[in-house]
Design a protein around this ligand. Sequence first.
Ligand SMILES: [Zn+2]
Length: 179
Amino acid sequence: MLGRFFKARSVNAGVPQPLGPEHASGTDRTMMARAIELARQAAAAGEAPIGAVVYETASGTIIAEARNTREADADPCGHAELLAVRAAASATGDWRLNHCTLVVTLEPCCMCAGTLLNARVGRVVFGAFDPKAGATGSLMNILADGRLNHKPVLIGGVEADACGALLRSFFKDLRARKR
Ligand SMILES: [Zn+2]
């Protein structure tokens, strides 16, 4: 059962797939390590372990970072990548983030993928695939839909095993506590 969640690769061959992890740059991997650290902090705070970083693609400078806050804030929109993108736009004083890369430990959901489009994020790099809610390669791929007006570079499966292991262990503990 648990094996179905948070995989290293998508299972849906009918959906346009992201570029593989071999396309990630050294900076992408450094930022993913930071996102995983943020995900660990989320788990320690009782939140789903998901972390995100927005960095300026050319310079590698971190502009914003965030982790899930849905439980603490009772906020259905408290997803790491959505919060990181909003913080980055706020920090730069511009809602357009074409010059930025968003790195997140879990495949974005449809809400977050929509936000990434609206922010015109230039590059999107994610860790584990989410077969139950992923909207950038698993259930659908909003970021590869040519009918929409923005198509970021999309890379998936970066450090997928580490990202997925954090999530699996978190939800396993959660279920054990509820028993
Ligand atoms: Zn989301």
